[in-house]
Design a protein around this ligand. Structure first.
Ligand code: HEM
Length: 508
């Protein structure tokens, strides 16, 4: 923790870490931390194991190396109980065992929005740009209502041909064959689909506008730091950037909506539906920002990992191809048609309910990849839990890796093995014990799951039908197996040990 923590603090507060000579920062890190850093490993009288941190500041590693940090809690809680750490004046409790997990997902005093609003700064926040009269609950209910409307089967069904055309056009815009980083070009496919299905046609139609949108999103992410999250009032360099980028993003999304409203022009897209419902531009932009954010981060990282794993596993790759071939033969037998047209003729209901191989592959990929920490805040009264008191105002975190990568729950947990989901009894067991929560659980299950699964299925089907590919490093040397995801990288879970590329060429 030491060097990076101090450096990130300094770079954020002072403005530019490169202005500090290396020896100064190293001396500071070693000297200051030797005095300030403390580590408490045993369970204390308040019933919690206290995790290491810096006095007054707390455990900055929760932001900078989250997975490494939560693994301390997983180890500390192994024989029961929960861990606790400080972030400035906030207490954060990490539950990793069954009792804490069940409480985390079902207790009504734990507030979802409050947890993320204070402890997670990755999403662009509309309140950074325009003042909002609506309460958080009202904004959430608006978001849920609109999302559910857009995900109705008949509505999605009408969009499917356009989604496949978009995907095919994007793939046509790549060099016919070559080496590409999936964490770059596959992410862009997800953005394209999300904007097409849940946002504004004017942007979905324009590769340049999509590129700009992607730049703005990653701009918000890059401008997020521990300081901007924990000290939102602090006029740091990153905070100013974040506000500026969010304001630009807001305007970028609002402009085409306002223009269309002013011209009275009618298009066929999600924005049009919202305009016809009389929605304000602010609400529409809020919806689009949140939907796109959920889309490009989680769906993006999971589809990249899915393609990596499938490629490294000939058995599952063959099963996937035969599932796709069977669907094509049944629903679009004319082999003279282009593959994206044929795939688009498979009904949405079939994609959702009759693709068992894709379902297993997605489930297993998410178990290994989707392992961030979920967050809540106790907004009600003090609660007794597992021999300790979770006070009103305390935060709670549940690291998904505590369940998903635990050898007590999954044999050989780092092995990608979709077959482990074939036994219905096993699936039921994980459901009952809450040991698979890749799509959330209890009071806050993922509301975009159906759409995210469709996006991953469409991309997997079209990409693997169009291309042959192998996994290589940046020099083109083949990569054995599949690296582990770096779970400290909250936004991409990028491969440990360096970038992985796909060397691809068209299938004949
Ligand atoms: C592979 C892609 C995705 C994965 C693995 C995923 C996973 C999750 C998980 C684990 C949660 C629970 C968070 C918690 O309990 O703290 C969640 C919640 C949520 N997800 Fe997703 N998600 C994905 C894609 C999407 C997409 C594309 C959308 C929307 C377009 C979406 C919308 C939501 C919403 C609105 C919630 C919050 C529900 C609530 O407030 O109760 N998700 N998701």
């Amino acid at each position: 923790m030491s060097n990076s923590t101090i450096n990130s603090l300094l770079s954020d507060h002072i403005g530019d870490a490169t202005n500090l000579s290396l020896w100064t920062s190293a001396a500071l890190s070693a000297g200051v931390l030797a005095v300030l850093y403390y580590q408490l490993t045993s369970r204390k009288s308040d019933g919690f194991t206290h995790l290491p941190g810096i006095p007054f500041i707390g455990s900055w590693d929760f932001f900078t190396k989250r997975s490494d940090f939560v693994r301390l809690a997983i180890a500390a809680n192994k024989n029961g109980g929960m861990s606790k750490f400080k972030l400035l004046n906030h207490n954060v409790v990490i539950a990793t065992q069954e009792q804490g997990r069940k409480f985390f997902f079902s207790n009504k005093s734990l507030d979802f929005q409050e947890g993320y609003a204070v402890l997670w700064g990755g999403a662009p926040e509309i309140r950074d740009v325009v003042s909002q009269d609506a309460s958080q609950a009202e904004r959430r209910s608006y978001f849920v209502k609109r999302l559910n409307g857009f995900l109705r089967r008949e509505r999605l069904g009408k969009t499917v041909p356009q989604l496949f055309t978009d995907l095919d056009n994007r793939m046509n815009s790549w060099p016919q064959s070559g080496r590409a980083n999936p964490f770059d070009n596959i992410y862009r496919l997800v953005l394209q689909m999300t904007v097409r299905a849940l946002a504004v046609k004017e942007i979905a139609d324009s590769p340049a506008a999509l590129e700009k949108l992607s730049e703005l999103y990653w701009g918000v992410e890059k401008s997020t730091s521990a300081t901007s999250v924990l000290l939102p009032w602090f006029p740091s360099r990153t905070r100013r950037n974040r506000k500026d980028v969010t304001a630009e993003l807001y305007q970028f999304l609002a402009d085409p909506i306002n223009k269309r409203k002013a011209e009275g022009r009618v298009e066929e897209d999600a924005a049009q539906f919202m305009i016809e419902q009389g929605d304000s531009t602010e609400n529409m932009v809020m919806f689009v920002m949140a939907a796109i954010f959920a889309g490009i981060i989680t769906t993006g990282m999971n589809i990249c990992w899915l393609l990596l794993h499938v490629n490294a596993n000939p058995e599952w790759s063959a099963k996937l191809q035969s599932e796709i071939q069977a669907l094509l033969s049944e629903h679009s037998p004319d082999t003279a048609l282009p593959i994206h047209t044929r795939l688009s003729q498979i009904p949405v209901g079939v994609w959702e309910d009759s693709t068992p191989v894709l379902d297993l592959i997605i489930q297993e990929t998410i178990r290994i990849t989707n392992n961030g920490s979920l967050l809540r805040r106790n907004v009600a009264s003090d609660v007794e839990l597992d021999g300790a008191t979770l006070k009103k105002g305390d935060f709670m975190a549940y690291p998904l890796e505590a369940a998903h990568l635990n050898p007590e729950n999954y044999v050989d947990p780092m092995k990608w093995n979709p077959g482990r989901w074939e036994d219905p009894a096993e699936v039921e067991k994980h459901k009952a014990q809450l040991t698979f929560m890749g799509w959330g659980a209890g009071m806050h299950p993922c509301l975009g799951m159906r759409f995210a699964k469709l996006e991953m299925k469409f991309i997997a089907a079209l990409y693997t039908s169009r291309f042959e590919y192998t996994r290589v490093d940046k020099h083109g040397a083949p990569i054995k197996g599949v690296p582990e995801p770096n779970l400290n990288d909250l936004y991409r879970a990028s491969p440990k040990g360096g970038e992985v590329f796909f060397e691809y060429k068209p299938k004949i």
